[in-house]
Design a protein. Sequence first.
Length: 514
Amino acid sequence: MKDHLVIFDTTLRDGEQSPGASMTKEEKIRIAKQLEKLRVDIIEAGFPAASQGDFESVQAVASVVKDSIVCGLARAVENDIVRAGEAIKTANAGRIHTFIATSPIHMEKKLRMSPEQVVERAVWAIKRARDFTDDVEFSPEDAGRSELDFLCRVIEAAIDAGATTINIPDTVGYNVPNQFGNLFKALIERIPNSDKAIFSAHCHNDLGLAVANSLAAVRNGARQVECTLNGLGERAGNTALEEVVMAIKTRQDIFAVDTRINTQEILATSRLVANITGFAVQPNKAIVGANAFAHESGIHQDGVLKHRETYEIMRAEDVGWSTNKMVMGKHSGRNAFKTRLEELGIEFETEQELNDAFMRFKELADRKHEIYDEDLQSLVTDNNNQRVENDCYRLISLKASMETGEPSQAEVTLWIEGKEFSASSDGGGLVDATFKAIESLVKSGTTLELYSVSNVTNGTDALGETTVRLEKGGRIVNGMGSDTDIVLASAKAYVNALNKIADELVKNHPQASV
Ligand code: KIV
Ligand code: ZN
């Protein structure tokens, strides 16, 4: 019997700390439900003390999720722990994750606390968290740069105080695999009560080593890995869930552990997270990138056709890519549409949602001959179709034209808080003219920080997915839009980002306020 490796997903907390990845309560609920389907053991839903919005999001996730443990993050201070405790109260199973820094640089320069004070505070925080739940996780922040003797001391005290999981964060992504693996080995061997807690790895990807470090930790006794979909997260991101899970599954000869992840839900979850956060997945991203299972070279194609395993170490179907990619067209009925979506793990809460999605499918099928699974996923997870109720702005129509040697022209009609307004503009290209026309109506005063386009499938009639990142007064948001026409996709992404900027509940960087 293999040991169980606990998969702790922090897409909704550390993932949300990526610039512009802030999520609304509704968006967090949608992702949390999908994470539950993916069968993650624990969902870290947010940092309840960071803002009222985050508190409500954790509370809402705790109320809807039944099969996964729901966790709230808290610094080792009274208010954070009480807020986290209140936020997870309705969960079937709830966890508080409390942390305090233990590296010399953090203790001295950030906390201005002595090592003795840090141990004392950690012990106090864990005991306080135990007033709310028996499931308490403790993280010595910046453990990757902490002194081993001190780490042993603080962790032993933490376990004595009632911490049931000890998470070792490489907060700044400084460690390398051998070193990080050895750290786990040393901690587990040296700490007398280490058998009373599960040891966990939490890695950041600053040197591109987050997954390798996490796997090294597993090889050396870690039985929980903290990760995010698509490796989303603070700075260069966190350990990518899909990569760790598939490495463990594919290399069972190396790892003495197993997860309970339903790997066929990986792609759907990855796409949902990308669509909601506006962080598109690079084509060559392992497991979930568009090219992850595409063989370009003739030699490889020939090999795969003769015997799949010549060049493939995993089955694309096992992570949710479909073998039968061309699924539907304009003659497909509502039932076939619904069935295919169900096969892709997408269900609708109401008949109305299904009908709306089917209408969008029909519109797409009029413009695009062959509809692939990726198109369907993009169609139903497109933010523009989900956030309508709370939105201030909606794109009603767009007319754009260009002629060689002339400035491009765009004419836009927007719905703005109940009324329709139109404006036109010229610009350096169709997208530029469109954005200028929209901005002349909204007057957002935002700065465009990033604009990117990628195609969901192949061909000139493929759906284009566009990301727009806007900044205003230090707040950064990402908007996403998809359409077979990239100018329209761009306009949708821009309006989506403007709605997020206008949404009071989409807060600043979650840790900025604490
Ligand atoms: O990276 C980190 O140290 C964290 C802690 C809060 C666990 O995210
Ligand atoms: Zn982190």
